[in-house]
Every structure is written in structure tokens, then in C-alpha cells.
Write a protein that binds this ligand. Structure first.
Ligand SMILES: Nc1ncnc2c1ncn2[C@@H]1O[C@H](COP(=O)(O)OP(=O)(O)OP(=O)(O)O)[C@@H](O)[C@H]1O
Length: 395
């Protein structure tokens, strides 16, 4: 676009219309870049300017910086609006329940309170924790993930809190613990329900004091860490069963996020399937493929006990192991008929399976709103509650 004093106003309006773009001016060496009007234009509308003929290397450098700034501005604005989209969060799906989750994530990201994420295995708990960190003001600081269930009991203290040299046999070096490494940022304590009662006490003390002391040390190190705990077990039930400390449960359960199982997300299954198909085709450099109608039907009917991770793995296997352009249910390792019916022997069982499937689908479509679901099913709320209790369906 040619900018000159005559079309100044129109150009100014156009250049400042969108905050998502940074502009770089190429200034003719004959033009008077330092006349008042050009100086105003360059300083108010442009990220930088180069004089023609521009040095390509310097220009490439400026373009890189400008793209980075535009991105940062976009992130900052969405942080203020709370309008994080699925591309930014990496959490795909358009079902009402997932849209609601994305909204909650954006709100949670705006402060530093402790979060408890509950969800079945493979449903996206770690992804949600990463999204909270990336959209928060701590995004530039470390995001540390610790799988509490994978650390041998005797190493939990030293892994979480660190140790001093000589603290125990084999401690040849001072070691920084995960909590200290996450200082300034966020720590995800995955499978928190796997921590022993003894380690729960130590963790509670650290969270209350907001300071950590390395094993074998005496110095108290101040912590500024956002804690996100994740679990696939029902921690409230674990508290009742006395296998999880009530005080730690309340300390963690400040903000709570529930990640819905994949089978309750309606057509998100197909959106995610196409997303993974495209990703794995690109990764494994295979020609474009598509799912057969039978595959789509089989994916909709499957119960996905391993959730999104299971879907991702089945699609990667289908892409790598077969050359066919059309992906069949067999390629995905799924049965054409609903495998649920295989074990059904009586009419009563068949009726219960059918009722369960319809109720789950309706609840997913209605964002788990009982009144809307009962209207859609043509029964009263009381009958719906009673039927759900009988079939073991949670609201
Ligand atoms: N909504 C989603 N959109 C895109 N990818 C997703 C989504 N949900 C989950 N995934 C992907 O599915 C896989 C499993 O997710 P993740 O590891 O976050 O699950 P998890 O609940 O933490 O699992 P676990 O219980 O085993 O710790 C990851 O590859 C993740 O990127």
C-alpha cells in the first residue's frame, strides 16, 4: 500500500484497524521520512521501517520480531477477554460440555488458586493443566509435571522437595526437587491419589507454608508455585475411605475442573478423529485418507474406556499399518456392530443397554442439563433421575 500525506487518514484507519497485525514500512530513500507527517505515521502505525533497498537479512529479522509481537498481543487480548479458542488451548471439540470446559479454563487461568482436575484416564487432564499454565501470567516460567504414582515411595520426598549432598546413601550431589524447579511457574501433581498418607502430610505442610526444605537440609526455600493436582479416582470417596487426608483434599480442591469422558462428548469424537488423522498423515508422510461411513458409525458407538488417548492411538495404528485410502472399522480395531451387545443375553439387559446409550447421548447433547434432557426424552425429571440411578449413569 502506498502511504503519503494525501491518503494519510484512510491509511491510518486501515493500518490500526486490527491489533493482530504488525506493519513494517518500506520507505523510499527519496521520500522525506522525517517530515512531521511521515514521522507521525511511522511512529503511530508501524512496528518498524526499512529504507529501500532493504537488507533482506535485516528485513527477515524484523519480520520475525513483528510476528512474535503480533502473537503476544493476541495472547494478551484473549487473556483479558477470557475468550480462548480451541486452537490456542489445544483442546478440540465443539460439544457444549467441552465449550463450557474451555470457558472455565480461561477463568481459572486468570488467577493462581490451586486447581483439582478430575477425569478418567486419557481424557485430557494434563492437556488442561498445560492450557491453564500457557494462558496464565506464568506462561514464561516452567511447567513441571510429576506423576506421583510413578515415583518409588522411598524417593518421593527427594523427588518433590530435593535433597542435599550426603542426605542419604547415594546422594552424591545436591538435587533440586520438582517443586523448586517449578518456582515462578506451575506444577502438575498427576495421580495425586497415589501418594501415601505419610507423603500427603509432607505435601500439605509445604503447601501451607509455601516453602520447601530439601531432604537433609535446613534452609527454607520460599515457593511461588501454582499447584494443579489431577486424579482419575474419586478423592471425596478416598477421604471417606480414609486413604486420602481430608485437610489435603480441601487444600487442593479450591477450583475444580471435571474433564468429561470422550463417550459423553457427542460428535467431538469425529472432530478429534479427523484432527488426529490429519496430524498422523503429516507426521508419517502418508497420502490423504478418509474414514468409511462404517468407521464413523463404529467410532460413535464405541465406549472409549481409554478416552482421547485411545482414539489417538487407534488412528495412528490405522495410518501406519495400512495403505488403504479408506479407513475401515477393522483398521481401527473396532467392531462394526456395537460390542456391548455381544455380552447381552436377556431382553432386560438389552433394554438397559439401549436406555443407557440414549440417556448418555441426550445428556451430552444437552450439556448435562437434566430439565432439557428430560424434555428431549419425553419423561419427567423425576423419572429421568430414577432411571439414571437404576442404570448407574451419573449426571
Ligand atoms: N480435547 C482434546 N483435543 C485434542 N487432543 C486431546 C484432547 N484431549 C486429550 N487430547 C490428547 O489426548 C492424549 C491424552 O491426554 P492427556 O495426557 O492430557 O490425558 P490425561 O487425562 O492426563 O491422561 P492420564 O490419566 O493417563 O494422565 C494427549 O495426546 C492429548 O494431547
Amino acid at each position: 500500500m502506498q502511504v503519503n500525506p494525501i491518503n494519510f487518514d484512510a491509511c491510518h484507519e486501515l493500518l490500526t484497524a486490527t491489533e493482530q497485525i504488525e506493519w513494517i514500512a518500506l520507505v523510499d530513500s527519496n521520500s522525506k521520512a522525517h517530515t512531521p507527517i511521515m514521522a507521525e505515521m511511522l511512529s503511530s502505525c508501524f512496528f518498524d521501517f526499512h529504507t529501500i533497498p532493504a537488507d533482506p537479512q535485516l528485513l527477515a529479522l524484523t519480520l520475525g520480531h513483528a510476528a512474535g509481537m503480533a502473537n503476544l498481543r493476541r495472547q494478551a487480548r484473549s487473556y483479558v477477554d477470557g475468550s480462548l479458542d480451541k486452537g490456542q488451548l489445544g483442546i478440540f471439540g465443539d460439544s457444549p460440555i467441552i465449550k463450557e470446559l474451555r470457558n472455565s479454563l480461561a477463568k481459572v487461568a486468570r488467577n493462581s488458586a490451586t486447581v483439582l482436575i478430575h477425569g478418567e484416564s486419557g481424557s485430557g487432564k494434563e492437556l488442561a493443566a498445560q492450557a491453564i499454565h500457557d494462558s496464565s501470567q506464568r506462561y514464561h516460567a516452567p511447567f513441571v509435571t510429576v506423576n506421583c504414582g510413578a515415583i518409588p515411595t522411598e524417593l518421593v520426598q527427594s523427588e518433590l522437595f530435593g535433597h542435599e549432598r550426603g542426605a542419604f546413601t547415594g546422594a552424591h550431589q545436591r538435587r533440586t526437587g520438582h517443586l523448586e524447579r517449578a518456582n515462578g511457574g506451575t506444577i502438575l501433581l498427576d495421580e495425586i491419589g497415589e501418594l501415601s498418607l505419610e507423603h500427603q502430610v509432607s505435601l500439605l505442610r509445604v503447601l501451607e507454608e509455601r516453602a520447601v526444605t530439601r531432604v537433609g537440609g535446613s534452609e527454607s526455600i520460599a515457593l511461588d508455585v501454582r499447584v494443579i493436582a489431577a486424579t482419575h479416582v474419586d478423592l471425596a470417596a478416598a477421604v471417606e475411605a480414609k486413604s486420602f487426608r481430608e485437610d489435603l483434599y480441601y487444600r487442593l480442591n479450591v477450583l475444580r475442573l471435571d474433564i468429561p469422558p470422550l463417550r459423553e462428548r457427542g460428535d467431538d469424537i469425529i472432530e478429534l478423529a479427523n484432527l488426529f488423522l490429519e496430524r498422523f498423515q503429516r507426521l508419517h508422510k502418508t497420502p490423504p485418507r478418509a474414514f468409511s461411513p462404517q468407521s464413523l458409525g463404529a467410532m460413535r458407538r464405541h465406549q472409549w474406556p481409554g478416552n482421547v488417548r485411545e482414539l489417538r492411538n487407534r488412528i495412528e495404528r490405522a495410518v501406519v499399518m495400512n495403505n488403504r485410502i479408506i479407513i475401515t472399522p477393522e483398521d481401527l480395531g473396532l467392531e462394526i456392530r456395537n460390542p456391548l451387545w455381544r455380552n447381552v443375553e436377556t431382553l432386560k439387559e438389552a433394554r438397559a443397554q439401549g436406555e443407557r446409550a440414549v440417556i448418555l447421548r441426550t445428556l451430552a447433547n444437552c450439556s448435562h442439563n437434566i430439565s432439557a434432557a428430560s424434555r428431549q426424552l419425553g419423561i419427567s425429571r423425576v423419572t429421568l433421575y430414577r432411571t439414571m440411578r437404576r442404570l448407574g449413569v451419573r449426571s
